[in-house]
Design a protein around this ligand. Structure first.
Ligand code: PEP
Ligand code: MN
Length: 480
């Protein structure tokens, strides 16, 4: 039971048995939405803090801080995702499973930015299509967990739930309300650095990009990658020669931020009533925007139809994602879309399917057909990571195999085609750093290599080479 979940972890953290029962509130029947209307619904993965006063103080502070993103940016992304939904662009979304406060630092941010830029160039070239880029960054701090506790060195402690709730170190597992405000400032610093780099020519295609393909072991594959890089470089040079320089799109790129909207108290405090940029300043129409990030998604564990997360998400103007795992029923999916996309706006919702390579062909067709019949026009995105996790037999860490990841993407492409639909994008867990967390890829990582640089605090990520591999392979399938 959900409220038991938070209580159990909190009791454990405080070292006290919890005797009070959480008040079980009735679901509201009213259609009225407000930033706090979710509070009358059951909250899955709730956090129980010891000191409510400290939480209220933190939330009050958050409410007074300025928006991290603006309605104009959110509206622009909404337009871009409409293009994806209508088949005119491809969506690349990627970043860490759990972002840590410590990742807010120059080198890891540069590495991630460069990687997303390179991947998008490869996809643009292969798909001959625009690419919309969204990073899991500047706020991806809260993690849903399948168990409230874990055993470390024989001691049962609350699970790590992300840097905005508790710390990874076993001594810091008690939920700490001050982390809510710390989250905001790390998001702000990350976003500031991204904006500053992009406006200072980081993604300026007039400067040559350095592509390192030294890791690719198979010589035929290396030649193939090199050919793609050469074609991209040539194309850019050609544009410059014919003086397409005037186009601002050569100077910088759009990059949007995203995170799982898990911690609703945090999200509510950054939800603001602001002018819809489509309305005129003299006759402003105000709407509710979540200003903590451009795009938020609901996790597979928190997408209950009558739950708090769905209630919160239905009222915000941001484009939203919904993780769709194997337990989702086709009719349930349609009812969910009816709630969060009542106006049937193309691209309002991105369905992020994550079944696992062995299940996708049994489950995806039914979901596609149900949504087609419903009249909702969504972005179909494949998350090939979360259904393909297993424990490596030799190194005993959580991992994913590159082969299964690619297989799930390839099957999605195929199944969408067969069903008169279109795979609109991919959702990846990746890092720009040379970690060893997933098996396979062009550098041939094996189970035995995983402990060399296994650095994740949550799920295993593709490293920079493996992530580029994904882009090269998808790009080659587009070309076929
Ligand atoms: C995630 O994206 O890190 C995650 C927890 O995914 P899901 O909700 O699909 O399990
Ligand atoms: Mn994850």
């Amino acid at each position: 039971h959900i409220s038991d979940w938070g209580r159990q972890a909190a009791a454990l953290a405080s070292g006290q048995p919890q005797s009070t029962t959480h008040k079980k509130e009735e679901s509201t029947t009213t259609e009225e939405w407000s930033p706090s209307s979710w509070q009358s619904k059951p909250v899955t993965q709730s956090v129980l803090y010891e000191d409510r006063d400290e939480v209220e103080k933190a939330l009050k502070k958050l409410e007074s801080l300025p928006p991290l993103v603006t309605p104009t940016e959110i509206a622009r992304l909404r337009e871009s995702l409409k293009e994806v939904a209508l088949g005119n662009a491809f969506l690349l979304q990627g970043g860490d499973c759990a972002e840590l406060f410590d990742y807010c630092s120059e080198n890891p941010l540069d590495a991630k930015l460069k990687l997303l830029l390179q991947m998008s160039l490869v996809l643009i070239w292969g798909g001959n299509t625009k690419v919309v880029r969204i990073a899991r960054i500047a706020g991806q701090f809260a993690k849903p967990r399948s168990s409230p506790t874990e055993v470390i060195d024989g001691v049962t402690v609350p699970s790590f739930r992300g840097d905005n709730i508790n710390g990874f170190d076993p001594s810091e597992r008690k939920p700490d309300p001050s982390r809510l405000v710390t989250s905001y400032f790390h998001s702000a610093a990350t976003l500031n650095y991204i904006r500053a780099q992009l406006s200072s020519g980081f993604a300026d295609l007039h400067h040559p990009i350095e592509w390192t393909l030294a890791h690719v072991q198979d010589s035929a594959q290396k030649a193939e990658y090199q050919a793609v890089v050469d074609r991209i470089t040539d194309s850019i040079r050609f544009l410059q020669t014919i003086n397409a320089d005037a186009s601002p799109s050569l100077n910088t790129i759009d990059l949007y931020t995203s995170h799982e909207g898990l911690l609703l108290e945090y999200e509510q405090s950054l939800t603001r009533l602001l002018r819809d940029p489509a309305s005129s300043p003299s006759k402003p129409v105000k709407k509710w925007y979540n200003t903590s990030g451009h795009f938020l998604w609901i996790g597979d564990r928190t997408r209950q139809l009558d739950g708090a997360h769905v209630e919160y998400f239905r009222g915000i103007q941001n484009p939203i994602g919904i993780k769709v795992g194997p337990s989702m029923q086709p009719d349930e999916l349609v009812r969910l879309l009816d709630i969060v996309d009542a106006d049937k706006e193309p691209g309002r919702v991105t369905l992020i399917t994550r079944y696992g390579a062995g299940k996708v062909k049994d489950l995806l067709p039914g979901h596609i057909q149900a949504v087609q019949k419903s009249g909702h026009i969504v972005v179909w995105q494949s998350d090939p990571m979360h259904g393909n996790t297993f424990t490596a037999p030799s190194s005993k860490v959580k991992t994913r195999s590159f082969t299964s990841i690619m297989s799930e993407i390839q099957q999605c492409l195929q199944i969408h085609k067969e069903n008169n639909s279109r795979l609109g994008g991919v959702h990846l867990e990746l890092t720009g750093d040379p970690v060893t967390e997933c098996i396979g890829g062009s550098e041939g990582l094996e189970d035995e290599d995983l402990n060399l640089n296994y650095a994740t605090y949550c799920d295993p990520r593709l490293n920079n080479n493996q992530a580029l591999d994904v882009a090269f392979l998808i790009s080659s399938w587009f070309r076929e």
